[in-house]
Write a protein that binds this ligand. Structure first.
Ligand code: SAH
Length: 236
C-alpha cells in the first residue's frame, strides 16, 4: 500500500502502525483543519487517539475516512469532523466534569478524557457499554466512568456538570439535562427529526438565564428514552 493511502478492504494485519499514523494525520489536516477546526485541544486529542481501535476490524481500512461507520447493534461511530465540531463547540477546559450521553464505542468519551478532569458517560445498550469499557481499559484511560441507563434522564448522582454532550439525535432538549448543567455550563446536542438534525449549543449563565445557538446540519442515530424518542424507528 502506498504510504499514507487508506484503501478499502484488506485484513487488519495489512495496516502497519505508520500507515494508521499517516491516515490519522491526514484526517486531521484534510477533514478537520481544512474545515475550520482550530481548538488545539481537539486537534491534539484526535491526532493522538487511535480511532481504529474503536471500529470493527472488518472496517479498519476505513477507520480514518470522512464518514460515520456502523457499529454493533445498528448504531454508529460519528464522522470525525462531527466529533471534532461537537468537542470544539463544547469549549473544554482542564477542570471540567463532563456528561456524555451515548457512549457507543467509547471513542468520543476517550477524546473527552484527554483535555478534561472527568467524563461520565451513559449508554443504553449493554453490548456497546461493555465494548466501550474494554477499549477504554485497554488504552489505560482511567478518568471515564460508564453507566448503563437512559441518558435522556441525565445522571443525577454526579451533577452538576460543566459540559453535557449528547451524541444521539433528540427531538428536543431533555429537561433533566438542562437541570443537571451547572452555572456557565454548555450543553451540545443534535436536535431535530429522525432524518436530520442541527447541532445546538445551550448555555446557562451565572444568573440562570438560558441562551442557545443553532449550528450546521448533522445526522445522528436517535436518542431513545423516556424524555426523547420513545422507540427506535421501525420498532413497534
Ligand atoms: N459517542 C459514540 C457514538 C454515539 S452513537 C462514539 O464515539 O462511538 C449514539 C449512541 O447513543 C448509541 O450507542 C446509542 O445506543 C446511544 N443511545 C441512544 N439513546 C440513548 C439514551 N437514551 N441513553 C444513553 N444512550 C443512548
Amino acid at each position: 500500500m502506498a504510504s499514507g493511502e487508506v484503501t478499502n478492504g484488506g485484513p487488519p494485519a495489512a495496516q502497519p502502525a505508520d500507515d494508521v499514523a499517516t491516515a490519522r494525520r491526514r484526517m486531521g489536516e484534510e477533514q478537520l483543519v481544512a474545515r475550520g477546526i482550530k481548538d488545539p485541544r481537539v486537534l491534539e486529542a484526535m491526532g493522538a487517539l487511535p480511532r481504529h481501535h474503536f471500529v470493527d476490524p472488518a472496517l479498519l481500512a476505513r477507520a480514518y475516512g470522512d464518514h460515520a461507520l456502523p457499529t454493533a447493534e445498528g448504531q454508529t461511530i460519528s464522522q470525525p469532523y462531527i466529533v471534532a465540531r461537537m468537542l470544539e463547540l463544547a469549549a473544554l477546559e482542564a477542570h471540567h466534569r463532563v456528561l456524555e450521553v451515548g457512549t457507543g464505542t467509547g471513542y468520543q468519551a476517550a477524546l473527552l478524557a484527554r483535555p478534561v478532569e472527568h467524563v461520565f458517560s451513559i449508554e443504553r445498550l449493554p453490548r456497546l457499554m461493555s465494548g466501550a469499557r474494554s477499549r477504554l481499559d485497554a488504552l489505560g484511560i482511567r478518568n471515564v466512568t460508564l453507566r448503563l441507563g437512559d441518558g435522556s434522564l441525565g445522571w443525577r448522582e454526579f451533577a452538576p456538570y460543566d459540559r453535557v454532550l449528547v451524541a444521539a439525535a433528540a427531538p428536543r432538549v431533555p429537561d433533566a439535562l438542562r437541570e443537571q448543567l451547572g452555572e456557565r455550563g454548555l450543553l451540545v446536542i443534535p436536535v431535530g427529526g429522525s432524518q436530520y438534525q442541527h447541532l445546538e449549543v445551550w448555555s446557562r449563565s451565572a444568573d440562570g438565564q438560558w441562551g442557545h445557538q443553532r449550528y450546521g446540519e448533522c445526522r445522528f442515530v436517535p436518542l431513545v428514552g423516556e424524555d426523547a424518542w420513545r422507540r427506535e424507528p421501525g420498532e413497534t
